[in-house]
Write a protein that binds this ligand. Structure first.
Ligand SMILES: *C/C=C(C)/C=C/C=C(C)/C=C/C1=C(C)CCCC1(C)C
Length: 250
């Protein structure tokens, strides 16, 4: 007799649930961005391609993370950080492309990418090398180091170069979109450190007894909001600008 092992989703497991929904939502968003790309004006096609790549890369990782979580019950930390190491720099590319017409230089992109890699490398050390049973000092030290990279990106989006360039832009649609993306970085991205603090030794784990599996619950919800949301803001900008250009040439 052949025994087939079937992976089932426990109905009372919100983490597994969000892994499945997250996977499907990322996949659907990618199809949407790839198809809509053909409808927007030339200068926004690359931005829409990047939006689609962000959700597509995430979808592939969710496919694997979902299985990993269901078969082991553990946090798929390595897959999670591989995903982020690819997708967060691509989100920096979106900021660069939006402000390019107003004079953004390659150096802005390089600085943003260095800050995101800094943030993710220290976050990874904090999670993956957390000693057995959890160490608060380990979690805090690497959490704080990682946060420095996050603050740099936040600063750039709200006060620094990206904000300045957006102010100089003569396109109000770009100004509005950069502002919304900056809100995503401030509010949406702030969910990740909350998840991080649920791991053994983390402050929320100690203070409220939040389970280590909640790390993934927070990450999954944040990923869906940030990756799809970011893409939709860029899509909305591209579609509105295409319409505006069509009207002005009539
Ligand atoms: C699509 C994935 C995104 C936008 C991931 C963003 C991740 C972060 C903003 C992570 C930040 C962290 C800290 C600020 C401190 C603790 C460690 C991290 C890596 C969870």
């Amino acid at each position: 007799m052949i025994l087939l092992e079937v992976l089932t989703i426990p109905v009372d497991d919100p983490v597994a649930f969000t892994f499945f929904t997250g996977y499907m939502a990322m996949m659907a968003a990618s199809v949407f961005f790839f198809f809509e790309r053909s409808r927007v004006t030339g200068k926004w096609k690359l931005s829409l391609l990047i939006s689609g790549l962000i959700t597509f890369i995430a979808a592939v990782h969710y496919y694997y993370m979902r299985d990993y979580y269901l078969s082991t019950g553990d946090n798929p930390t390595a897959l999670r950080y591989i995903d982020w190491t690819l997708t967060v720099p691509l989100m920096c590319v979106e900021f660069y492309l939006l402000t390019k017409a107003a004079g953004a230089k390659k150096s802005l992109l390089v600085k943003l990418i260095i800050a995101s890699v800094w943030m993710l490398v220290f976050g990874y050390i904090g999670e993956a090398f957390n000693p057995e049973g959890g160490s608060t000092s380990h979690s805090v030290i690497y959490g704080v180091l990682s946060t420095l990279g996050y603050i740099y990106i936040l600063y750039t989006a709200w006060i620094g170069e990206v904000a300045q360039l957006s102010k100089k832009s003569d396109n109000p649609l770009i100004q509005k979109s950069v502002r919304i993306l900056a809100w995503f970085v401030l509010v949406g991205w702030a969910v990740y450190p909350i998840g991080y603090m649920c791991m053994p030794g983390g402050w929320l784990n100690i203070a409220f007894g939040w389970e280590p599996s909640s790390v993934d619950l927070f990450y999954n919800i944040a990923d869906a909001i940030n990756k799809i949301g970011f893409g939709l803001v860029v899509y909305n900008l591209a579609a509105s600008d295409t319409e505006r250009l069509a009207e002005s040439t009539q």
